[in-house]
Design a protein around this ligand. Structure first.
Ligand SMILES: Cc1ncc(C[n+]2csc(CCOP(=O)(O)OP(=O)(O)O)c2C)c(N)n1
Ligand SMILES: [Mg+2]
Length: 266
């Protein structure tokens, strides 16, 4: 499934002629684990009230989310090539008003965790047992709002239960739009920061499905505080000439590059 999603990402962005391959490819296993092993959801009924919520805060990875939504049945796979065309329900960044299964309009970085806290608090208030998963980029953590949210999530105490229905996942691919994080804005020590903000903190190989699934299972057992999974990943993962190559943060492959990428993903 992970390979299928990668192939969709490449062909969708290649056909559209614009989009963000690097940060879509790095998060493939995280999204695969969630959609195909972890989330309690009902693709036939996207607004089912008890569904677990997945919030893509790093909204530029929309093609990956659309591929997962299509492969799990929210959309038809043959709608995927309409990415970024006028009138399509698959715009370049996530739009809650047009795409079944999208929980939040995102693309302006920094907002998803705050929104996720609201959804998690609402779950407690409504007596529902759904869980909330928010995927953030590591460069996205340059945004002050992420840290306001990190502080707030460990603070709120709905009916004496802290937000243990909330899981943040950081796609820690060590790069952002302009290159390496350590050159743009050093984040380290990242795990220690989240621990200091009161979160149960797990580090995992973000391309190892079994490590990710155990991390999500561990998070389900944690009581009284939210969990963050710091998923160590590689930007552009599995396409040789895109791996760790900042040029492919936000650039579509040419027709020739698309062929070479699909060759890597055979
Ligand atoms: C508020 C805001 N500022 C700037 C941008 C432009 N932008 C899009 S992606 C990106 C880099 C994000 O880096 P990271 O979160 O590490 O994403 P990834 O490496 O997973 O692609 C930036 C600055 C944006 N979308 N929103
Ligand atoms: Mg990054």
């Amino acid at each position: 499934m992970a390979k299928k999603l990668r192939r969709h990402v490449i062909t969708m962005i290649g056909k559209a002629g614009s989009g963000h391959p690097g940060g879509s490819l790095s998060a493939v296993e995280i999204v695969t684990a969630l959609y195909f092993k972890v989330l309690r959801h009902s693709p036939a009924n996207p607004r089912w009230e008890d569904r677990d919520r997945f919030i893509l805060s790093k909204g530029h990875a929309a093609p990956l989310l659309y591929a997962a939504l299509a492969e799990s049945g929210y959309l038809h796979v043959d709608e995927l090539p309409s990415l970024r065309t006028m009138g399509s329900c698959l715009q370049g960044h996530c739009d809650v008003t047009t795409t079944p299964g999208v929980e939040m309009s995102s693309g302006s970085l920094g907002q998803g965790l705050s929104f996720g806290i609201g959804v998690a608090l609402a779950g407690h208030l409504d007596g529902r047992s759904y869980r909330v998963y928010v995927l953030l980029g590591d460069g996205e953590c340059d945004e002050g709002q992420v840290w306001e949210a990190a502080m707030a999530a460990a603070h709120f105490r709905p009916s004496d239960t802290k937000l243990d229905n909330l899981v943040a996942i950081i796609d820690h691919n060590k790069q952002q739009i302009d290159g390496w994080n350590y050159e743009v804005m050093n984040l380290e020590p990242l795990a220690e920061k989240w621990k200091a903000f009161g979160w149960h903190t797990i580090e995992a190989d973000g391309h190892d499905l079994s490590q990710l699934i155990s991390a999500f299972n561990e998070a389900k057992q944690v009581k009284g505080r939210p969990t963050v999974i710091i998923a160590h990943t590689t930007k552009g993962k599995a396409v040789s000439f895109m791996e760790n190559n900042p040029d492919f943060h936000g650039k579509a492959p040419t027709a020739d590059e698309m062929d070479r990428a699909l060759e890597d993903l055979k």
